[in-house]
Design a protein. Structure first.
Length: 364
């Protein structure tokens, strides 16, 4: 729903999943006791107050554990998800997966931080329309996610440490789903470094019909100088050697221009559909021309809420890595790039690449 139709009656039933009502059943929230709580430390804190007084607000996510946060029949629509955790060290090591209608392979498979446009083990404020990250580490997603028969959401802690206080809220509605509704998908990738002269493959293997709705990049430059001259190419419905869509530069695609700043000093920003933020190298803070220092890290996002890219058979997306060398000559770069792509499509979806392991995801 939007402000334009918020006043209209809707034939739907609201449910919310939290550690206080992990089944989402009517009239079943806040029933935890010290014996049934999902978080013993919270029960201890509420020992003088008793049932209904924040006895089970979160869970402990043990090292190596997978927890089902949602395992519910439809039809329905997930309308909002909120997560938070104690430390950025879990951003790449807690894996979020979502399965639709009993499928065996997930339609969403991402490190939780990158899914919410937070990478480099650093909490960042994101004020986008579909992804909103607020102080201090409150991750919100507003992508609507319809399902017909079943929805399953899991988180897996692949770190060597337990997350002692993992909070979550999943707001969904039980309602009929339109026949033409598509399923939400999100996929994470990383290549470190991208080989010289090769494009970074943001997405491929997408078969069927649907529309692309956004991209997040976590980018580390290994050279000095400006990194953002590379074009983004989209190959649609049978394109082979040449793409149908080419955007003219990295900062252009993410809504900025001229290196995101004046006099070679780029400026971070977060807006409803576009964003760009610098993450200083370790030991540095606000340094002039920080984005030109080897090892500088960035995050960029674009959400195509008003301008999705439609495909009817297949979609592949590539990113060129280009900077500058002397005498106004373009330089092919070998940088560290990770990405999340968000899209909707009909099921079944094509197989995702195997998610890179802990060592391949690690930020060093």
């Amino acid at each position: 729903m939007s402000l334009e139709n918020l006043y209209q009656r809707k034939n739907a039933i609201s449910r919310v999943l939290t550690a206080e009502n992990f089944r989402g059943e009517k009239g079943s929230a806040c029933m935890a006791t010290p014996e049934t709580t999902l978080h013993p430390d919270s029960a201890y804190a509420a020992r003088e107050l008793g049932v209904k007084w924040k006895m089970s607000p979160c869970i402990v996510l043990d090292a190596g554990a997978t927890v089902k946060l949602m395992d519910h029949d439809g039809p329905g629509v997930i309308r909002h998800m909120w997560f938070t955790m104690r430390s950025g060290e879990f951003f790449r090591n807690i894996i979020l997966r979502i399965y639709w209608d009993g499928e065996e392979t997930p339609s969403v498979e991402c490190p939780i931080g990158d899914f919410f446009c937070n990478s480099w083990n650093t909490q960042q404020l994101i004020y986008a329309q579909p992804i909103n990250c607020n102080p201090y580490g409150g991750f919100n997603c507003f992508f609507p996610m319809p399902f017909r028969r079943h929805a399953c959401i899991t988180v897996t802690n692949e770190s060597a440490k337990p997350e002692p206080a993992f909070f979550y809220t999943i707001d969904y509605s039980l309602e009929e789903v339109a026949e033409d509704a598509l399923y939400f998908h999100a996929q994470w990738r990383r290549q470190n470094p991208v080989p010289l002269g090769k494009n970074y493959i943001v997405l491929d293997g997408v078969k069927g019909y649907g529309h692309y709705v956004g991209m997040f990049l976590a980018y580390q430059q290994n050279n000095g100088g400006w990194f953002g001259e590379g074009e983004i190419h989209m190959y649609i419905d049978g394109d082979t050697e040449y793409p149908t869509i080419a955007y003219t530069g990295t900062e252009d695609y993410f809504g900025g221009a001229w290196g995101f700043g004046k006099n070679h000093l780029s400026e971070s920003f977060s807006a409803p559909y576009f964003g760009y933020q610098l993450v200083p190298p370790q030991g540095l803070t606000d340094t002039p021309a920080l984005h030109r220092i080897p090892g500088a890290r960035f995050t960029l996002y674009r959400f195509c809420v008003n301008d999705p890219v439609f495909f009817s058979k297949e979609l592949r997306i590539e990113l060129q890595l280009l900077g500058w060398r002397s005498d106004q000559r373009l330089l092919q770069l070998q940088d560290d790039v990770a990405s999340v792509v968000y899209w909707y499509q009909g099921e079944p979806h094509g197989a995702f690449p195997v998610l890179p392991g802990k060592n391949e995801r690690e930020i060093i």
